[in-house]
Structure formats: structure tokens, C-alpha cells
Design a protein around this ligand. Structure first.
Ligand code: ATP
Length: 539
């Protein structure tokens, strides 16, 4: 039997996994039954990028809002009708917690009657078989997959299949959703689903689409990996004009969008967790009028996306301004400034910056300056016992990187000369073995293995230390992470963090050093430890 908890754990990013644990903990405390549902399950099983986490609870999630806020989640919106909470969990994880419910459609074109239900009934109201599964996150049944419509089989067959014949009539937004999933995954509609789809199209069911569903579908485009492809397919099927009558693929800034997605991939590979959705919306609607854009925004239920999209240009302008000022007068200052900027802003500015200096600085930040990190002599630092175990290590690593960036350490010899004074004294030799009876025996000639080892260590200790070599994962490691696939997305922290960490430590520190000249900085950093080292040698 498949182990879905294991699959979930290896497919989710560490932040998403923390999100699952957090929601699970809150639901457990509130004694509410919780399931991971919908697209998250589909993507975990199919191997596609898990874009967001959909949870379903048997109860009212709106009551949990305070608990989520206390746990550090942002409330990005709520839907009173479906009692859904839209959240951004720590680590920028998008999540939705919905109430398990039935939706009864009494009249075509009218919204459904909503009532709380069990998870089994809830799965019956869903759009496609591959989206109608639930994974239990409850004690006693954790890991149990509810798959009443054989969604796993359809994932394997790569088919989009409705749950029943009236699906498109009940909710015509499913026509748009079917097209979107087919375009994204390149999965065709199953034969009968295709027939129903054609009939629904012919009968113009789409004119009964709910306004709320339009806003939801507009927002979903922002999270597509290839949004232009989806827009083109929606246009071909005549659904794009349903989202907005004046929207077309001609209104998209295709070049800007392509560059955005390419740069986003580059940033993901460097270890950034970057949410491109606001920028995607900017480019998808680049040639629409301000009024049309306002219309689109008004319909989107997730206000966090609307605000980010609305403010993106102003925030990017602010960052561009800072990048042309004193704050970014040197490569090291620019590095610190960009290290503390939001990745979303770096991404947007990388694509839209008009000033050559700004564009160049961002380019250096994402490419050339990363190579400078490789010049940090980590091996020699380990030999000098300058390892991550040292409390001062982040600062030393950062300082050396900053000096290298600014061209103040021009050779390896200069770099080592700078580093040597920071080497901690070697650890004292271990105390001599106690002389018990065994000790006497030793004195008589036979040296116990332990004692022999300590003596040897003591000798070695004079020159080099027996401290285990530090893991060489620090600033030199070329940060890498997979962009689209989950396991790779887990990497960023492991690889990029030390880099960012060092940069962060320095960004605080950099204020103190703002005016320090090269020699000042170096002497400040070298003098004290030099004396200490001399002392320790005497000892
Ligand atoms: P995506 O990867 O685009 O986020 P998703 O399947 O997670 O896909 P959402 O729009 O976030 O899509 O919806 C979450 C789940 O809610 C779906 O998987 C589906 O089970 C259900 N759902 C959403 N919209 C509808 C709808 N119009 N009719 C029935 N079920 C729906």
C-alpha cells in the first residue's frame, strides 16, 4: 500500500511541511478533523509542483482565525459563504482551509445551497476526479487516502474527468478549470468529459458563471508556471474574455513575462523562495487600461495578491532609487542592500529596471558576485580552525566576502593574512591519564590504548587540532535548488542560507563599517586577535 505521508513529506518543501504540521497542531488542539485535499494531493501524487495547500476541516475554519494569527499566519482573506480562510503561512506558504460542505444546485445559474458535511460528502461536490481526494491528518487514521472517484487511476492515466454528467451545468467555471488543467498538465479531457464540455460550450452555460468564481480563476493564472500558454489556450477556447471582456494574449507583455519566468528560475536555483504572482499579473495585464486592471483586481478574493500587484511598481521604484544612492556605493553595500530586499522586488526590478546601473547591480548580485564567494578559502579556514562552530564565524566569513567583493583582498595570500589573526588558539591537550592500579601497570611498561591516544593527540594538538573539519557548506557553496520539483525546492535553505546568513550578519554590521577604509577595516579586524594568539602560543 502506498505510504502517502512519506510521499507528502518528501514532496513538500520544508516550509510547506512546517505549514502542514502547524495546521495539524491547531486542528488537533481545537479537536477538529483535518484533511489535506484537492490540488495539493493531486500534485503530491502526480509529481507536479505543489503550489498551495488546500485543507478541509469538518467544522468551521473561521473560528480558527485567531489561532492561525497567533501562530504567525497572515490572513489573506475569508469567504463567509464557504467559510474558507485564505492564509499565508510562515515561509510564504499559501494555504486555504475550507469547511467540508455539500453544495446543492437547485437552479442553473443560481449559487448552490451550502451546508456543512462530512469529508466523504465534500469530495462529491468537487470538480474532477484528480481533485476529489483527501488525505487524513488525524490521529488514528493519519495517512489514509480517501479516493472515492479513483483519482489516483486518472492521475496515472493523465486524464481530466468530471465526477458526474451535470458537473459543467452546475458550475460552469469548471469549463475554465478543465481547460486550465488540461493546458497546464497536458492531460486531455476524458472522452465523456469532452462530450459534456462540448455540449456545455454549445449551450453557452458559461454565461451563468458566478462572479466569485471569475475572481478565483483570474488569481489562479498568477500561479501558473507557464501562464502565457494557459492564457493562449483559454483565449482559444473563448474563456479569457469571460474573465475580462478586453483581455487577450495581445495584452500580455510576452517578452517581459518570459524574462520574468527565466529570472525567477535563476533565483530559485540560487536558493531564493520567490513568489512571482504579483509580477506575473503585472505582465499578463501590461497592455490593459488602468480601469480594466482595477476591474480585474476588484474580483480577486485574495487581497494579498491584489495589494502586492498594485504596489509592485512603487516598491520597485523605491529599491531602484536606493540602488543608485550612497547605500549602494560599493559592491559590498549593494550586496547588503539587495540581501535585505524582498526577493520579489529583486525579481521584478531585474526585469523592469530601466537604469543601466540598477540593472547591472542586480545582474552582478545574481551572477558575478556569487563567484566571488567561491574565493573564500574554506579549506584553509578549516585548517585555521575558523569553522562554523566558532561564534564569530558568520562575521568573519561575511567580512572576508565583503573585502573580496570590494577588491580589497586581491590575492589568496592577502586573504589568508587577513584571516590568520582570527584563528582560535588550539585546544589544550587533554589531562594526563590518572594513575590508578592500571596506571601503575602502565608505568610498568604497558601503555593503555586510551592513554597512548591522548598522548598522540596532545602532540598533534600543538600544530593542528583534532576538531572535526567543519562542514564545508558555507559561503562558497553555490546555492542551488530545483525550481519546479519539490525535493529540489527543499534545498535552498541548506545551501543558500549560509550565504544569506553571512550577508545578513554583515548587513547589520555594515553600518558600523560604513565609513571604514580598507586599511581601517582590516586593522580593526586583525589587531586584537593577533595579540590573543601570541599569548596562547606562549602558553
Ligand atoms: P491549483 O493547482 O490551480 O491551485 P487546485 O486544484 O488546488 O489547483 P483550487 O482552485 O485551489 O485548485 O481549488 C482547490 C480544490 O477545491 C480543487 O482541487 C477542487 O477540489 C475544489 N474546487 C475548486 N474549484 C471548484 C469548483 N469550481 N467546483 C468544484 N470543486 C472545486
Amino acid at each position: 500500500m502506498a505510504d502517502y505521508i512519506y510521499t507528502m513529506e518528501i514532496r513538500l518543501t520544508p516550509d510547506q511541511m512546517k505549514g502542514v504540521n502547524l495546521v495539524q497542531e491547531i486542528a488537533r488542539t481545537a479537536e477538529i478533523t483535518l484533511y489535506l485535499t484537492g490540488g495539493a494531493i493531486r500534485d503530491i501524487i502526480s509529481g507536479y509542483t505543489i503550489r498551495d495547500l488546500d485543507f478541509t476541516v469538518q467544522g468551521n475554519p473561521l473560528k480558527l482565525q485567531k489561532e492561525f494569527e497567533r501562530a504567525g499566519a497572515q490572513i489573506a482573506g475569508r469567504d463567509e459563504d464557504t467559510r474558507a480562510l485564505f492564509l499565508v503561512l510562515p515561509g510564504n506558504v499559501r494555504a486555504e482551509i475550507s469547511m467540508a460542505r455539500t453544495e446543492t444546485y437547485e437552479k442553473v445559474g443560481k449559487p448552490p445551497l451550502i451546508a456543512p458535511s462530512s469529508i466523504q460528502e465534500d469530495l462529491r461536490r468537487r470538480d474532477f476526479t484528480v481533485n476529489a481526494m483527501a488525505l487524513s491528518l488525524n490521529e488514528g487514521s493519519r495517512g489514509l487516502l480517501l479516493d472515492p472517484f479513483n483519482g489516483v487511476a486518472d492521475i496515472e492515466a493523465k486524464l481530466v474527468r468530471i465526477l458526474h454528467n451535470y458537473s459543467f451545468a452546475e458550475d460552469p467555471s469548471r469549463l475554465i478549470r478543465a481547460t486550465r488543467f488540461a493546458a497546464r498538465f497536458h492531460w486531455p479531457l476524458e472522452e465523456r468529459t469532452q462530450q459534456r464540455y462540448n455540449a456545455a460550450k454549445e449551450n453557452n452555460y458559461i454565461e451563468h458563471i458566478a462572479r466569485g468564481a471569475i475572481g478565483h480563476e483570474i488569481a489562479q493564472l498568477a500561479h501558473e508556471d507557464d501562464p502565457l500558454n494557459v492564457i493562449r489556450v483559454l483565449e482559444r477556447e473563448d474563456w479569457l474574455k469571460v474573465l475580462h471582456p478586453r483581455w487577450s494574449s495581445a495584452k500580455v507583455d510576452a517578452n517581459g513575462l518570459a524574462l520574468l519566468m527565466k529570472t525567477r528560475q535563476q533565483m530559485v536555483d540560487l536558493g531564493y523562495s520567490v513568489d512571482p504572482s504579483a509580477a506575473v499579473m503585472h505582465f499578463l495585464t501590461a497592455r490593459l487600461s488602468d480601469k480594466d486592471i482595477s476591474d480585474l483586481r476588484r474580483q480577486i478574493p485574495r487581497k494579498d495578491l491584489v495589494e502586492a500587484w498594485r504596489d509592485i511598481e512603487d516598491h520597485a521604484k523605491e529599491l531602484a532609487k536606493r540602488l543608485t544612492g550612497k547605500e549602494a556605493a560599493t559592491p559590498s553595500r549593494t550586496w547588503n542592500l539587495l540581501s535585505s530586499a524582498r526577493p520579489e522586488m529583486i525579481l521584478f526590478l531585474a526585469v523592469t529596471a530601466r537604469q543601466q546601473t540598477v540593472a547591472q547591480k542586480i545582474k552582478n548580485f545574481l551572477t558575478k558576485w556569487r563567484d566571488v564567494q567561491k574565493k573564500i578559502p574554506l579549506l584553509e579556514m578549516t585548517e585555521l580552525l575558523i569553522t562554523p562552530q566558532l561564534p564569530t564565524y558568520p562575521k568573519i566569513a561575511h567580512d572576508v566576502f565583503m573585502l573580496l567583493l570590494d577588491g580589497k583582498l586581491r590575492s589568496r595570500t592577502e586573504t589568508l593574512r587577513f584571516l590568520k589573526p582570527f584563528a582560535p588558539p588550539p585546544p589544550p591537550p587533554p589531562p594526563p591519564p590518572r594513575r590508578g592500579r592500571a596506571g601503575k601497570a602502565t608505568a610498568a611498561g604497558a601503555q593503555p590504548a586510551e592513554a597512548a591516544e591522548s598522548t598522540a593527540k596532545g602532540k598533534r594538538g600543538k600544530g593542528k587540532s583534532e576538531t572535526p573539519a567543519a562542514p564545508v557548506s558555507t559561503a562558497q557553496a553555490p546555492s542551488s535548488s530545483g525550481a519546479k520539483t519539490k525535493p529540489a525546492a527543499a534545498k535552498p535553505e541548506a545551501t543558500a542560507k549560509p550565504v544569506v546568513h553571512a550577508a545578513k550578519a554583515g548587513s547589520k554590521h555594515s553600518h558600523a563599517h560604513k565609513t571604514a577604509s580598507k586599511s581601517k577595516a582590516a586593522s580593526k579586524l586583525t589587531k586584537k586577535p593577533a595579540r590573543k594568539k601570541a599569548k596562547s602560543r606562549k602558553r
